[in-house]
Each structure stands twice: as structure tokens, then as C-alpha cells.
Design a protein around this ligand. Structure first.
Ligand SMILES: Cc1ncc(C[n+]2csc(CCOP(=O)(O)OP(=O)(O)O)c2C)c(N)n1
Ligand SMILES: [Mg+2]
Length: 184
């Protein structure tokens, strides 16, 4: 599965829901798939994607989608425990798992070895989990996650592709646009 194609598919089902994107190509591909006020791009903030999404989920009744990365989540694995503790029913975490820290030189991450992030989520008390390796399965579980209470934790196994051009993101504008979209 390719992250860009899968991102476009998710956006087609997402309507106006807020989405937080991991730094680097995940953010770039979200921007290219469809720039919108409710995209929160986390340039530079490695490891904080799902933490930010958790905070947003706790402050709104809308579903909130986190598009995280295996390497980033591994660096801040405590956030999975916090999600399991707080259990926001409206949070959907999708981990793009290419089993590597791709953008810094394709170093294999722990998920290329024994670490199974779905089992970690389960062990942290998150009941709604899945691991998928193709777009059809991801679509099915995502549609279910949009309908049913979570928190959801979905590991999406992906292959690396050519990178798209870096998106013209300005962090201050991201915060301004995003907050304004909630009426703040
Ligand atoms: C605190 C911190 N450490 C290291 C980096 C450098 N860095 C940026 S992205 C990245 C790898 C991210 O891996 P992953 O989340 O799996 O995304 P992928 O590159 O595979 O798309 C690293 C190590 C950083 N930005 N911040
Ligand atoms: Mg990765």
C-alpha cells in the first residue's frame, strides 16, 4: 500500500473532520492529497502527532484522525498509554508503518524486528485495533472507525514511494487556520 493513495482514499471519507499529520512526507502527501483548514501539519515535531490529536479529541465531540509514523510513535510510545488511559471515543490513530525512519535515511525501525504496535496498543487498554496491509482493508476498518466508538488504533503497513515536493507549510498559519476552523 502506498501512503499517498491511501491518504487520498481516507480524505474522500473524512468530510470536514480534523486530521493531524506526522512530520515530513506524511504531511507533504496530506497537503498534496487535499490542503484544507482542518489539516494540522506537524513540521519538525517528531513524536507529537498522536499527542496533539489526543488533546484535540479531548476538546471536541468530532472524530479526530491522527496520521502518525512508526518511527515517531516509537520515540514517544508513552502517548499510546495515555490514549489507553483517557480512552477518547472519538480518536482514530492510523500509523503509517513502513518499518523504518525513512526520511532520515531508511534506517529499519523496531517494527521491522519484534515490536508489534497493535499489541502495544492492546496492552495499553485500547480495544479497537487492527493491522492492515492494503487499501481495501484500511478503507473497511476506517469506515467502521468513523461509525463506532474508539479510541481506534490502526497499523497500516506501507511501502515507501518517491517523495512528492515539500509542501509550503508555515506553522503559524497552520495553527491560525486550524483554530479558526473550530470557531476560535
Ligand atoms: C526529536 C527529533 N529527533 C529526530 C528528528 C529527526 N527525524 C525527523 S523525521 C525522523 C524519522 C521519522 O520516522 P517515521 O515517523 O517512521 O516517518 P517516516 O520517515 O518513516 O515517514 C527523524 C528521526 C526530529 N525531527 N526530531
Ligand atoms: Mg516510518
Amino acid at each position: 500500500m502506498l501512503r499517498f493513495n491511501a491518504t487520498k482514499m481516507l480524505l474522500r471519507h473524512m468530510g470536514d473532520l480534523p486530521v493531524v499529520a506526522n512530520l515530513g512526507p506524511t504531511t507533504d502527501e496530506l497537503w498534496h492529497a487535499g490542503h484544507r483548514d482542518r489539516n494540522f501539519y506537524t513540521y519538525g515535531s517528531m513524536g507529537l502527532c498522536s499527542s496533539i490529536a489526543l488533546g484535540i479529541a479531548l476538546s471536541t465531540d468530532e472524530k479526530v484522525v491522527s496520521l502518525d509514523g512508526d518511527g515517531s510513535l516509537l520515540m514517544n510510545m508513552g502517548t499510546i498509554g495515555t490514549i489507553g488511559r483517557e480512552k477518547p471515543g472519538n480518536l482514530i490513530v492510523i500509523v503509517w508503518d513502513n518499518e523504518q525512519w525513512a526520511q532520515t535515511g531508511n534506517q529499519p525501525s523496531h517494527t521491522a524486528y519484534e515490536t508489534d504496535l497493535e499489541q502495544v496498543a492492546h496492552g495499553c487498554g485500547i480495544a479497537q485495533t487492527a493491522t492492515v496491509d492494503n487499501e481495501e482493508e484500511l478503507q473497511l476498518v476506517f469506515l467502521q472507525a468513523l461509525e463506532e466508538d474508539g479510541p481506534w488504533f490502526i497499523v497500516a503497513k506501507i511501502e515507501e514511494d518517491e517523495y512528492l515536493p515539500v509542501a509550503p507549510i508555515e506553522p503559524e498559519m497552520t495553527v491560525y487556520r486550524f483554530r479558526k476552523s473550530f470557531g476560535a
